[in-house]
Design a protein around this ligand. Structure first.
Ligand code: DQA
Length: 164
C-alpha cells in the first residue's frame, strides 16, 4: 500500500487497509458550533478518536476537512479506491448532487455520518441527497457515530458484515 499526500495518489493504487474520513464545511469549527447539536469536541479531538479506533483495528486513517466543495469532490475521486470511506458533507448533504455523483464512483464501503440527528432538526436538513449512494448512515450519535461507522465500514471491507 502506498499512501502519499492527498494530491499524490495514483489511480491504479489500491489502498486496502486505509480508511479516509472527509469532513465538509464548518466542521473545522467544531467546539465553537452549537453544542446542543454538535457537542464540545474539536475537530482535532474527533479525528484523534477516529484514528485511534482505526489503528486499534489495524487500519491506517487519514482525516481531511475543507470548506470548498470542489476540493471535497477531488478527494472523493482521489480516494475512491481506499479500503473504506466515511463522509460528513455538512450542509452539502442536503443539496449537493455533485457529491452524490462523485460518491457513486467510490468502490469501497462508504458511511455517511452526522453528529446531530438530521431527522429531527429543520425541514431542509431532513433530506440527504447522498444517502442513496452510501452503504450506511449514522446520525445523531455525536462523535461515537464516527467510531461506530468506522467499525462497520471496516467490517464490510473485511467481508464480515452486510450493509444496513
Ligand atoms: C451535520 C448536519 C448538517 O445539517 C449541518 O449542515 C452540518 C453538520 C452534522 O454533522 O450533524 O454542518 O452534517
Amino acid at each position: 500500500m502506498k499512501v502519499k499526500s492527498p494530491q499524490g495518489l495514483a489511480d491504479s493504487d489500491v489502498h486496502c487497509r486505509l480508511v479516509v474520513v472527509l469532513h465538509g464545511p464548518n466542521l473545522n469549527l467544531l467546539g465553537e458550533r452549537p453544542a446542543e447539536h454538535y457537542g464540545s469536541l474539536t475537530l482535532a479531538e474527533l479525528n484523534a478518536l477516529i484514528t485511534e479506533e482505526a489503528e486499534r483495528l489495524g487500519w491506517q486513517c487519514l482525516c481531511f476537512q475543507t470548506n470548498h466543495e470542489g476540493v471535497y469532490i477531488d478527494w472523493i475521486h482521489e480516494f475512491r479506491r481506499a479500503g473504506a470511506m466515511i463522509v460528513n458533507p455538512g450542509a452539502w448533504t442536503h443539496y449537493s448532487y455533485a457529491i452524490h455523483d462523485a460518491l457513486e464512483l467510490v468502490a469501497c464501503p462508504v458511511a455517511e455520518v452526522h453528529l446531530s440527528d438530521i431527522e429531527t432538526r429543520e425541514e431542509w436538513r431532513r433530506r440527504s441527497v447522498i444517502t442513496p449512494v452510501v452503504d450506511l448512515v449514522i446520525s445523531g450519535k455525536g462523535p461515537w457515530g464516527y467510531v461506530e461507522a468506522l467499525r462497520r465500514v471496516v467490517a464490510m471491507a473485511e467481508g464480515n458484515a452486510t450493509p444496513g
